[in-house]
Design a protein around this ligand. Structure first.
Ligand code: ZN
Length: 93
């Protein structure tokens, strides 16, 4: 692996870390406070379109990154819709 590969895989790790607090709040606390569904759906479509592009490059780092973003956005949309009426104690008032 070359230096740019390590940078790319670090970026993938940061994507996973970035989704963790939102998904934790949605799943553990069952609270969909401050989730913008429109933004998440646009993010999902953009990720899928970029994944298709990445398959044709082909770039394994770009493929993994875009699929991870698509998976993360899908999970946020799913749990935000499931818990759309719920608020945790912190966000109830
Ligand atoms: Zn909350």
């Amino acid at each position: 692996m070359q230096t740019h590969d390590y940078i790319g895989y670090t970026g993938i790790l940061l994507i996973a870390i970035a989704y963790a607090p939102t998904l934790y709040h949605l799943i553990a606390k069952k609270c969909a406070f401050n989730i913008c569904m429109r933004r998440q759906i646009i993010w999902l479509f953009a990720s899928v379109m970029l994944a298709i592009y990445a398959f044709f490059l082909p770039s394994i780092v770009f493929i993994i990154a875009t699929l991870l973003q698509a998976f993360g956005s899908s999970a946020v949309i799913f749990y935000a819709f499931k818990h759309r009426q719920n608020r945790c104690d912190e966000h109830r008032h």
